[in-house]
Design a protein around this ligand. Structure first.
Ligand SMILES: CC[C@H](C(=O)O)C(=O)SCCNC(=O)CCNC(=O)[C@H](O)C(C)(C)COP(=O)(O)OP(=O)(O)OC[C@H]1O[C@@H](n2cnc3c(N)ncnc32)[C@H](O)[C@@H]1OP(=O)(O)O
Ligand SMILES: [Co+2]
Length: 134
């Protein structure tokens, strides 16, 4: 069921500063800011040979990452995103294993234009897990 590691997400207080740091200090290839109002964040992706890093900045008053940044004002690793062949089957299997799906329980279109959903960190080893339909 579980497939490629699509991305590791880092929540940051300042997307432009984070992008400049990775470009200047690491020579990274960083995409331009992509507002995702349905998810309450603006994102960029750091393209790596074998996966991506996603930087997240809060967008709007109800951003789901606001409290995380209050706890981690300098930023911090926020979630892992795994690709799955069938996001509904993966969801149902995880729910059967006791994991809680966040939000409505139905996938939403994510930053790559594909269905995504999130599982509660308390049910998956203290790690927020995102699933993306491959
Ligand atoms: C554009 C889409 C893009 C993509 O890749 O396609 C994205 O990735 S969008 C990313 C932003 N959206 C989300 O993260 C949606 C799912 N997240 C949530 O619904 C919330 O962040 C939630 C519920 C996981 C946590 O919200 P909040 O911090 O406000 O809740 P609590 O303060 O009640 O925290 C509960 C409990 O969980 C711990 N926690 C919170 N966030 C994380 C985390 N990222 N990793 C690990 N643990 C986390 C928090 O510390 C609390 O623990 P406790 O021991 O009870 O204090
Ligand atoms: Co993500």
């Amino acid at each position: 069921m579980i497939g490629r590691l699509n991305h590791v997400a880092i929540a940051v207080p300042d997307l432009e500063a984070a992008s400049a740091l990775y470009r200047n200090a690491l020579g990274a290839d960083v995409t331009e800011p992509q507002p995702e109002p349905a998810h309450g964040v603006t994102v960029v992706f750091v393209n790596l040979p074998n996966t991506k890093i996603e930087f997240l900045e809060p967008l709007g008053e109800d951003s789901p990452i606001r409290a995380f940044l209050d706890r981690n004002p300098g930023g911090g690793i926020h979630h892992l995103c795994y690709e799955v062949d069938d996001i509904h089957a993966a969801r149902d299997r995880l729910v059967a294993a006791g994991a809680r799906v966040l939000g409505s329980g139905e996938p939403k279109i994510g930053a790559h234009g594909k269905p995504v959903l999130f599982l509660h960190p308390k049910d998956l080893l203290g790690t927020l897990v995102e699933l993306e339909q491959a």
